[in-house]
Design a protein around this ligand. Structure first.
Ligand code: GLN
Length: 470
């Protein structure tokens, strides 16, 4: 009830697209009954959790923040949603995002932008926020980052205890950093993608947003493992783990990749990054500079691979099978065209066009195949660094703290959202686990996150280090 009340009182954040009040209350009451009767409880029993609106849910709309899927109700639950419910969680509702998770601001969905709860904090207001006129608030509120901005804002505003996001190029870690919460992108294949509406199948992973690293470990333990419905998941069962309260980091080798000193990195974030490296040094860890020479190509490479997969994935939205259908019925072709013109925003349409261009017979080798090769080089850089004895990489999550909305939308969204992923994208190319942990407030009174990137399937080590740092 408290969560639902908080969702109502923070409605202006626009974090939720659908609030499943009735079913949530029912689930909570059932959980209470189980408790009273002394029945065995699931690890998430009674815990209110929110889910990004690109995961399928029975009985609750799944829109991907797009006209194309407004009103769409899936006949099945995404595996991760089913796992949450099976373990007793209370599903509060579906959170806002950029249309089809394309973006890094949560400003582009058809339901409007998400506002960062920190815009209304004492710290931000004192340092950068509206001084005298309350109406200044309209121009001063800052974005959440994205595309899982609704989930990050929902956790940051205490409306839920955890939320699911998705992460293809940084969409869980980026908003986690901007909203001052923990954002975990697990190893590709550790958590099922079945029922997550795809953006880039070969890079998508369900993400976990929580207030602390311990909670992320609990969620990971309840979601990870083989799923017969997703052939890319690991074959083995996953062993849930608990994190030590005081880990020993003195034997660790922490790598600082020099390429992450990317153009546009704010001096403030650079300073926080160095400070974090010093913390590890002082605790006896080895801190070494490493090089990932192909990482600077990850954004252009992503552009080709992402749009190509988008062109193919979006072909299913034809106005016949599900979702929006145009009234234009002159011919089958005009029905397809009108449905897609009305259903998709210009970011989605732009990516479909680019992707089809890269996939043309005369371009396929030149762009798509080449990008796949570059992707392999980017991934191999990580393999080499980890083989050299480095355990974990430490980097910033974002180049700067969250931008005011008015500023963010002035810049060309496509360039901007590409640049914003520069520090997070490569981990998706390589399928590696990565986590963003809040570190400090910026001079403007906004949260800053740092990122740890670990070896494949070494989530336990990654989260142990993240918790030590937290
Ligand atoms: N910002 C990137 C994009 O727009 C990544 C989004 C994501 O991780 N879902 O494609």
């Amino acid at each position: 009830q408290r969560c639902l009340a908080l969702i109502k009182s923070t409605k202006f954040l626009n974090a939720y697209i659908t609030v499943a009040e009735e079913t949530a209350m029912k689930q909570a009451e059932e959980s209470e009954e189980r408790y009273k009767r002394g029945q065995p409880l699931g690890i998430l029993d009674g815990i209110p959790i929110a889910v990004k609106d690109n995961f399928n849910t029975v009985g609750i709309e799944t829109t991907c923040a797009s006209n194309m899927l407004k009103g769409y109700i899936s006949p099945y639950n995404a595996t991760v949603v089913q796992k949450l419910l099976d373990q007793g969680a209370v599903l509060l509702g579906k959170t806002n995002l950029d249309e089809f998770a394309m973006g890094s601001g949560s400003t582009d969905g058809v339901f409007g932008p998400v506002r960062n709860p920190w815009s209304y904090s004492k710290q931000y207001k004192e340092k950068s926020g509206p001084k005298s006129h309350p109406e200044d608030e309209e121009s001063n509120w800052v974005i959440t980052g994205g595309s899982s901005g609704g989930s990050a804002a929902a956790v940051a505003a205490f409306t839920c205890f955890a939320a699911l996001g998705s992460d293809t190029g940084g969409s869980t870690r980026n908003p986690a950093a901007h909203c001052g919460v923990v954002g975990l992108k697990p190893t590709y294949g550790l958590i099922s993608r079945h029922g997550l509406i795809p953006l880039v199948n070969s890079m998508d992973v369900p993400g976990i947003l929580t207030r602390c690293v311990d909670d992320a470990a609990v969620l990971l333990g309840s979601l990870a493992g083989h799923d017969p419905k997703d052939s890319t998941t690991i074959q083995d069962d996953f062993m849930p783990f608990e994190l030590l309260n005081l880990a020993d980091v003195s034997k660790l080798s922490i790598g600082i990749p020099k390429e992450y000193h990317a153009p546009g990195l704010s001096s403030e974030i650079l300073a926080l990054w160095s400070k974090a490296a010093d913390l590890f040094k002082n605790a006896g860890a080895k801190v070494v500079e490493v090089s990932l020479p192909h990482t600077p190509y990850s954004i252009v490479c992503y552009h080709v691979l992402c749009t190509a997969e988008v062109a193919s994935n979006m072909a299913r939205f034809d106005g016949l099978e599900y979702g929006h259908r145009s009234d234009m019925k002159d011919s089958t072709e005009s029905l397809y065209a009108a449905t897609r013109r009305e259903g998709f925003n210009d970011v989605v349409r732009g990516r479909i066009l680019s992707g089809n261009y890269f996939l043309l017979k005369q371009n396929y080798e030149k762009y798509f195949v080449k990008a796949q090769k570059v992707r392999r080089l980017i991934a191999n850089d990580f393999v080499k660094v980890f083989r050299s004895g480095v355990d974990i990489l430490l980097t910033p999550t974002t180049l700067r703290d969250a931008a005011p909305y008015t500023e963010f939308i002035q810049e060309d969204n496509r360039t901007r959202s590409a640049q914003d992923d520069i520090l997070t994208q490569a981990a998706n190319m390589a399928g590696l686990p990565a986590i963003s942990v809040p570190t400090a407030l910026s001079e403007r009174g906004l949260p800053v996150g740092l990122q740890f990137i670990g070896r494949s399937f070494q989530e336990k080590q990654l989260l142990t280090v993240a918790k030590w740092f937290e």
